[in-house]
Each structure stands twice: as C-alpha cells, then as structure tokens.
Design a protein around this ligand. Sequence first.
Ligand SMILES: C[S@@+](CC[C@H](N)C(=O)[O-])C[C@H]1O[C@@H](n2cnc3c(N)ncnc32)[C@H](O)[C@@H]1O
Length: 222
Amino acid sequence: MSVNRILDYPLKNTEICLNDWNCQIDVVDEFDQILDLLSKEDNEGTLLLPYWAYLWESSIGLAEHLSDNSTILTDKRILEIGCGYGLPGIVAAKVGAIVTFTDFEHDALQFARHNSQQNDVSADTYVQMDWGTPCFQKRFDVVLGSDVIYEEKNWDPIIELLYNLLVPKGIAIFSEPKRKNADGFFERIQKNGFSFKRTTRSISLEEKTIEINIFQVKHAEC
Ligand SMILES: C[S@@+](CC[C@H](N)C(=O)[O-])C[C@H]1O[C@@H](n2cnc3c(N)ncnc32)[C@H](O)[C@@H]1O
C-alpha cells in the first residue's frame, strides 16, 4: 500500500496546541461513519475495531506531558507502540529524539508518516509490529504508549516487550483516560519488577475537560 492510500480517506486536520508550537495532525474524518468499513475479523473470527483511526484523548495528554518534559527525550532512542496517528512520537521527534513508530495496522503507520512529514520531523522508522511478536534486535531508552492497555489480553505481551526492548535504565511512559482496569495493569507491572509514578493532567477539548493519567515506569531496581 502506498502513502496515497491516505488520500482515499476523508481527512480532517486537527491542531494540537503545545508550549511553543502547534502540531498538525490529519485524522480520518467522520470516524463513526466509516467504522463499519474499517472493521475486520482476525483469523479466529474476533472483530477488530479500527482504534487507530481515532485520535484518542490520551495521546493529546501524553503529547502535552512530553512537551512539558522534553529534556527527558532529547537525543533518546524512542519506541512508540500502538502509535495510531503518531502524535506523541512526533512531539518526541520535534525535540530531537530518534523515534521508531510502530502499530500492527499498516494504515496507522502511513498516517504517522504523513503527520510526521507535515510537522517537519523525520522519524527513524515506521514498523508494522504486534506487541506479541516484537521484531527488534536493539533496545530503546524510552517506550511510549498512549491508550494501549485497555485490554487485559495485551498486558503480558506489553510487559514482556518492556523487558526485551528497554535499556536497563530506560523508562516507559503510558497514558490512559482513567479506565477502571488500568490499576490491574500497573499492579501486574509491579509484580514483574517495575515501579511507576503516576501524574494526572486535565486536557481541554472543545467544550469538555478530560483527565488523563500519565504513568512513568522503570525497572524497580534502577
Ligand atoms: C486505542 S488506540 C490508541 C492509538 C493512539 N496511540 C492514540 O492514543 O490515539 C490503540 C492502538 O494500538 C494498536 N494496537 C492494538 N493492538 C495491538 C497489538 N496487539 N499490536 C500492535 N498494535 C496494536 C491499534 O492499531 C491502535 O492504533
């Protein structure tokens, strides 16, 4: 599939106002209307919804958090998992991080590439990767994950991925919209030798304000 595939989608531009610049993210317009079109089944007949095609509030919360804490990113090797449109990775790349964008949806990666280009940032790579089968021989300083822990079946693969892909003193930063089951993921993270620090930030969107939890995770002994 070529980048031109993006042109097949109805597009809408969203501007995310950060500290000293406005990030331009093109998203699929009328997400609700094309939900049926983009939904598909996996080999076991499980319905896969196109979650990549919505710009989740958690990604805006994480982008703002990274923008406020950009010194932890400069010159770092970053892996963004489940990147969707790639907003947090684009913010990291803007401050000089070397970002690898990953998602198991090919079209999400095309959008992440397109959005990187329109914000004048160049990424290291865009890689189609399932959390259950990570495909890197190298390790990263920082793993970013915005709204990726919503399903319990993905928790162990994501924790395993942190073991295998983070450098010993590396950190992971997750954001999520205060879902009830998130506590379960972070309890499991602790049982597996990681520690975490949680902060909460409020993001303003159109008429509403939404609270997003940001979790910074590291190996407990570091
Ligand atoms: C809720 S969306 C969040 C997208 C984006 N990070 C955001 O916050 O806007 C979850 C993302 O994870 C991706 N994803 C879901 N399961 C995955 C898996 N097993 N391996 C890799 N990516 C996955 C989806 O394609 C989607 O882009």
